[in-house]
Design a protein around this ligand. Sequence first.
Ligand SMILES: Nc1ncnc2c1ncn2[C@@H]1O[C@H](COP(=O)(O)OP(=O)(O)OP(=O)(O)O)[C@@H](O)[C@H]1O
Length: 229
Amino acid sequence: MFEVENLQVSYGQSQVIHDISFKANPNETLAIMGRNGMGKTTLFKSLMGILPSSASKLEVAGVDLLGNESYQRVAKGVAYVPQGRMIFPNLTVKENIETGLKVGKYKEIPDEIYSLFPVLHDMRHRKGGNLSGGQQQQLAIARALVTNPKVLLLDEPTEGIQPSIIKDIAKVLNEIRKMRDITIIVSEQVLSFTMEIADRIIVIEKGKFIHEDLREAVDADKIKKYLTV
Ligand SMILES: Nc1ncnc2c1ncn2[C@@H]1O[C@H](COP(=O)(O)OP(=O)(O)OP(=O)(O)O)[C@@H](O)[C@H]1O
């Protein structure tokens, strides 16, 4: 269980996240949806400890994360795939994935990673910078997965990615959830994508969670008005 209570984040005098609380279970995928500038990236960076925040509770599987630096949060099972596919362009695909091995239980890249992402196996000796945007996104997810996370935070994974690769990413996220006891939390604007992967959809508006539905109950017209795309 990932538990967040009363999370608040400010940039100087300007409060951007207002008292957000939520819980997410293992084997659950949660989508946080909202327009540009509504606070999704700020939320994820604060959950990772990259941005300072205040909260009354932040726990993964009963383990306290409050006051931890981001590397300690990674060690306790929180992985983050930032917006914009941040990979190491001059390292090979294999070397990029191996950077995730410093944390977690794996000593070498588990076979499961290459079966989830066959394209990364085919391209394992190629420089990360020579991959397409969609392939780089898959690489960033693979690198996060080798840390063996309990919670995987993905910030707008479909941004700038072509529809066929979006489908591949949706498929892989559904497979990951079946294979592992993992909570996936994804920020997104593409409703067709979140409807394929999410159990719950939460709308964020100006740093507050204003609406929440189980996937089966989502009224697309109602959600779309809170999205840019
Ligand atoms: N470093 C910063 N200093 C001051 N304000 C910031 C900073 N970073 C973000 N903001 C502001 O905080 C608010 C939330 O931004 P954030 O990037 O979290 O939104 P977002 O929902 O992730 O948007 P996007 O989809 O465009 O990435 C915006 O009003 C933004 O201008």
